[in-house]
Design a protein around this ligand. Structure first.
Ligand code: F6P
Length: 342
């Protein structure tokens, strides 16, 4: 078969491992030709691609980022975008396309499948927020990076008797914050699912410091929101998929803490460090399993479906089901995190 593949949306560790697995099984087992489109949907719109071979992808398993490049370009934002995608598929004689992306890119894949594009999705995002899969690759790596950062912040916080506010990614859900907060021994964690009251946060920090602990770590997911009327935050900015561009809530939280408690407070925004570098062993294995399952799903003509991890097994689920709801932090895990607050 002639198959197209693209990586869309924010990059994440493990993308190259997925590509490597698709090409490995496609070429060796099925005798496929895999065409890799550049920069996500932009490559499909502009018909810009390279043939991917086993030889070319050697050495890419531990490499972060994506050898194909990625972008947040959305064909639905261009007047003739969808037609150009379908023309590219026709011109190249593609019998199937594998779209590796997060919620926005997979929603786009779903719409394109309704227009007749034979597409299979692979869920990717460090945020781990895609419904219908227990895990997305990249998440484990991001948690490991954030936990390492928190471990390092503990020692400097203790030396200076400071409050350290650490901002991690997670625009709608707080999986990274919750996991890294538990693993790193956070004093308090703030996540989008649980709007916070800054007065309560400061009260908890004060009680802790009055008990004789002079250092605290507050982990904040970038999408954490104060309860209405408790802390002013600036208006949101949006990307091509209508997603909020975030980053910076930690600065507001830190100033409020310093002002209300008088404790010296510093901010660390981990940002894209969480998305860079080599994937963990777990993410390499999950990416490889997803890649193998995706090429098999193409051969099974499971169009409009996405590969997913459920109860330890790789399954295929309808894209419509996968993108219908975001997966929030489980209540039982959140209550474990809360047990250690302040
Ligand atoms: O990949 C998802 C994500 O990491 C979000 O948590 C974050 O808000 C966003 O990407 C940042 O994207 P960009 O690289 O476009 O700034």
């Amino acid at each position: 078969m002639r198959i197209g593949v693209l990586t869309a949306g924010g990059d994440c560790p493990g993308l190259n491992a997925v590509l490597r697995a698709i090409v490995r099984k496609g070429e060796r087992h099925h005798g496929d030709m895999v065409l890799g489109f550049h920069d996500g949907y932009r490559g499909l719109i502009d018909n810009e691609a390279t043939v991917l071979t086993i030889e070319q992808l050697r050495g890419t398993l531990p490499r972060g980022g994506t050898v194909l490049g990625t972008s947040r370009v959305n064909p639905y934002m261009l007047e003739d975008g969808v037609q150009r995608v379908l023309d590219t598929v026709d011109k190249n004689g593609l019998e199937g396309v594998i779209a590796i992306g997060g919620e926005g890119s997979l929603s786009c894949a779903l719409e394109l499948s309704k227009e007749g594009l034979p597409v299979v999705g692979v869920p990717k995002t460090i945020d781990n927020d895609i419904g219908a899969t227990e895990r997305t690759f990249g998440f484990d790596t991001a948690v490991a990076i954030a936990t390492d950062a928190i471990d390092r912040l503990h020692t400097t916080a203790e030396s200076h008797n400071r409050v350290m506010v650490v901002e991690v990614m997670g625009r709608h859900v707080g999986h990274i914050a919750t996991w890294a907060g538990i693993a790193g021994g956070a004093t308090i964690t703030l996540i989008p699912e649980e709007p916070f009251d800054i007065v309560e946060v400061c009260g908890a920090l004060t009680r802790r410091h009055e008990r004789g602990r002079y250092a605290s770590i507050v982990v904040v997911a970038e999408g954490a929101k104060p309860k209405p009327g408790t802390l002013d935050i600036p208006d949101d900015d949006f990307d091509e998929y209508g997603h909020i561009r975030l980053g910076g809530i930690a600065n507001l939280v830190a100033s409020a803490i310093e002002w209300r408690t008088g404790y010296e407070t510093r901010v660390t925004i981990l940002g894209h460090v969480q998305r860079g570098g080599t994937p963990t062993a777990f993410d390499r294995v999950l990416s490889t399993r997803f890649g193998i399952a995706a090429i098999d799903a193409v051969h099974a003509e499971a169009w409009g479906h996405m590969v997913a991890l459920q109860s330890g097994s790789i399954v295929t689920v309808p894209l419509a089901e996968a993108v219908s709801t975001l997966k929030p932090v489980r209540a039982d895990l959140w209550s474990v995190a809360q047990e250690f607050f302040a």
